[in-house]
Ligand binder design. Structure first.
Ligand SMILES: NC(=O)c1ccc[n+]([C@@H]2O[C@H](COP(=O)([O-])OP(=O)(O)OC[C@H]3O[C@@H](n4cnc5c(N)ncnc54)[C@H](OP(=O)(O)O)[C@@H]3O)[C@@H](O)[C@H]2O)c1
Length: 270
């Protein structure tokens, strides 16, 4: 099955996974509105892909400006009433070491949680009604979490916590939408480590220049993620090691099975 949606708002499209998936979409005839804070990168994206098989628009926006989110959603949908997929993919990752509490910067932690989790809740609240209004047309909200939503690693525990929180929220949100036969599909993409700017020294100097070689090459990730997003069963798109080593096909399935059982038990007791 080809990717089901025709116009995608891609948040975090100025580099890495968001850029690569947005480029893949345009190559496959899917129109894209690219979002990020860096205007020069948005201009570069539009220049590179703007005369392709599908339309490209851009919007510079900082997702941590929570009060501006409702108006941002309104502006986007006024300009693009046919937007049928909102892809929340922006994110940051920071080191954090509790063995040296004097070095723990709570402002940095708060900013990481704000970017990776709280802003996503504000964006979801702002964008969902516009997607719901298009019923019965199928629409979707896509979230980029991480294999680290399932298994934490030690150098960036607040990042892992932000992704685990998002993962739990998504699992429940998906069932809520199913209970009302919603036209909005809730999709989760779980990348493993991928070679992007996420681990660059400008964000995590602790890597001392070695961050960029961490994980799988971006083009390999993009091929597998795009195949997953274009499959019939695309609600959950675990990539590479997330499927096996990090537990998606094992205990995560069991955990989600238990969630379904608890949902049925609660239904019966009400
Ligand atoms: N790379 C990995 O190993 C890996 C693994 C698992 C999950 N992920 C997840 O994949 C997603 C994409 O990350 P990436 O690896 O592609 O990293 P990246 O190359 O650093 O890209 C991050 C994107 O997020 C945007 N962004 C960050 N803060 C923002 C803000 N306040 N407002 C708007 N946009 C913001 C950046 O745009 P601007 O700077 O222009 O604003 C950029 O486009 C993230 O959610 C990340 O957690 C990555």
């Amino acid at each position: 099955m080809p990717f089901e949606y025709k116009k995608v708002l891609m948040l975090g499209a100025t580099s890495g996974i968001g850029w690569a998936l947005a480029a893949k979409m345009v190559e496959n005839g899917v129109s894209v509105i690219a979002v990020g804070r860096r205007q020069e990168k948005l201009d570069e994206f539009a220049k590179q892909y703007g005369s392709g098989k599908a339309t490209v628009d851009t919007a510079a926006f900082d997702i941590t400006k929570l009060k501006e989110i409702p108006n941002f959603a309104k502006e986007i949908f006024t300009k693009h009433p046919d937007l049928d997929c909102v892809f929340l993919n922006s994110g940051v990752q920071r080191h954090l070491d509790w063995s040296k509490p004097e070095n723990v910067d709570l402002d940095v932690m708060e900013q990481e949680m704000l970017t990776n989790y709280t802003s996503y809740m504000h964006l979801t609240k702002a964008f969902l009604p516009y997607l719901q209004k298009q019923a019965p047309k199928p629409t979707s909200l896509v979230f980029t979490t991480s294999g680290l939503a399932l298994v934490p690693i030690i150098y960036c525990p607040n990042y892992c916590a932000s992704k685990a929180a998002l993962h739990h929220m998504i699992l429940a949100m998906r069932q809520q939408m199913k209970q009302i036969d919603s036209n909005v599909k809730i999709i989760e993409v779980y990348p493993p480590a991928v070679q992007t700017e996420l681990h660059d020294d400008k964000h995590q100097p602790e890597f001392q220049g070695k961050g960029r070689s961490l994980g799988m090459p971006l083009d390999e990730f993009t091929e597998e993620a795009w195949a997953g997003l274009s499959a019939d069963d695309n609600e959950q798109v675990p990539v590479q090691a997330v499927k096996t080593f990090m537990g998606f096909n094992g205990w995560e399935k069991e955990r989600q099975g238990t969630m379904m059982k608890m949902m049925e038990m609660m239904k019966k007791s009400h």
